[in-house]
Design a protein around this ligand. Structure first.
Ligand code: SF4
Length: 196
């Protein structure tokens, strides 16, 4: 039996409210710990490992019904995800990870979909491969921060910051004024619908 355990903040099911998989039913595994401290972070409860319950992959997998599984945080790549991804694949799950992009992600982890959201706190570092990119449009954000060549066109989302009107207007303008960049406006559908 595997001795690996993961610091789990919560496991819950909802729709994926962001990115390419928006609207799909999903299970979310939120792991503790993060190497950044973004000023608009809405998951600060995941910073402290003391808030976590340590669970083995088999216990985590037993709690999950949905096909799409999103491992998030905090910053989930601080942990070796290979055993957890393998356990999820054994149950036929499709495994996505949401990362701040500061850590390389070994191919041997076998992750099916990587959403990277580079952050100002790391200088928008993108140290991993990605399938889609998300950038939170805060007051400081400019298009100079965007890693255009890292993903195919149409997979870069300019994400509205916590529903702020100024952020929405800025993101809308950037998407509309730069059609050659293949940008998309990113929202949080689950928050708009109130189905978190
Ligand atoms: S990287 Fe994500 S979890 Fe970490 S502080 Fe920033 S927003 Fe919060």
């Amino acid at each position: 039996m595997s001795a690996v355990v993961y610091p789990v903040i919560e496991i819950f099911e909802s729709i994926q409210g962001e990115g390419t998989h928006m609207g799909m039913p999903a299970a979310f595994i939120r792991l503790a710990g993060c190497n950044l401290r973004c000023k608009w972070c809405d998951t600060a409860n995941a910073f402290d490992l003391k808030n976590a319950t340590y669970l083995a992959p088999s216990h985590i997998v037993a709690k999950i019904k949905q096909k799409l599984v999103v491992i998030t945080g905090g910053e989930p790549t601080l942990h070796d995800l290979k055993p957890l991804v393998a356990a999820l694949h054994e149950r036929g799950k499709y495994v996505a990870v949401e990362t701040n992009g500061t850590n390389p992600i070994p191919e041997e982890w076998g992750i099916d979909w990587i959403t990277a959201s580079p952050k100002p706190g790391s200088g928008y570092l993108l140290a991993c491969q990605a399938d889609e990119l998300k950038y939170v449009v805060d007051d400081e954000f400019t298009l100079d921060c965007v890693a255009y060549d890292a993903v195919p066109p149409g997979r870069i989302f300019l994400q509205v910051e916590s529903g702020r009107k100024e952020s929405a207007q800025k993101a809308f303008a950037l998407v509309m004024k730069n059609p050659e960049r293949g940008l998309r406006l990113g929202i949080q559908l689950h928050k708009i619908l109130g189905v978190e």
